[in-house]
Design a protein around this ligand. Sequence first.
Ligand code: ADP
Ligand code: MG
Length: 218
Amino acid sequence: MGREVLKLVKVKKRFGPVEVLKGVDLTLEEGDFAAVVGPSGSGKSTLLMVAAGLELPSEGEVYLFGRRIDLLSEKERDRWRRRRVAFVFQNPFLLEDFTVLENLEVFGKLLGVENHRRRSEELLKLFGLWHLRDRKPPALSGGERQRLAVARAVLSGAPLILADEPTGSLDRENALRVFELFRELNRAGTAFLVVTHNRDLLGLFKKVFKLRNGLITD
Ligand SMILES: Nc1ncnc2c1ncn2[C@@H]1O[C@H](COP(=O)(O)OP(=O)(O)O)[C@@H](O)[C@H]1O
Ligand SMILES: [Mg+2]
């Protein structure tokens, strides 16, 4: 058994009177490559936000890399998460007035990534974006934008990547390409928890968590 990177224990999350998560137990270990599936509105995004400490649970416990984060102050939580967890969203937030290369460099500098210039260049090559380095995001396709968002997450060096429908706006070919990048990174040691609707690509994952009526079912 590997080391636990993420553990949710009996996590409940209420928004006003509505209980979205009703006692979720979930463990992710080093090297895991896991998907979260469930109907729209079932709480998948909420689950990721709570897992990352961007939202607090109403009840239950959240552990990130062995540390219970739901009891920390916001500042401590931010600091603990910063270089350990990276996010990829369905519609990535990119700096639209900066070039592709600058998008990585600025982010890397902000996070204090060592050799962020060189790493940014390496990642653009790895992700097939090097020839687009001087373009700005508005001139990229959906697949290219998403690959840039993944490159940015990887640049952080985080050992856990949480992705919320990262291929939701992509066609099958581009979705497959993004998932294959994920898988390569996973082979190199990064753990993944990915919310996805791509049912036909679920076979790529080693674990699938099904969220239904606020609970994880098998
Ligand atoms: N910040 C919030 N305030 C109030 N309700 C919310 C909030 N975030 C999510 N919800 C509600 O929680 C439910 C689950 O949302 P979400 O986690 O986005 O589901 P999914 O990602 O599975 O589609 C929805 O009914 C949604 O309206
Ligand atoms: Mg969602």
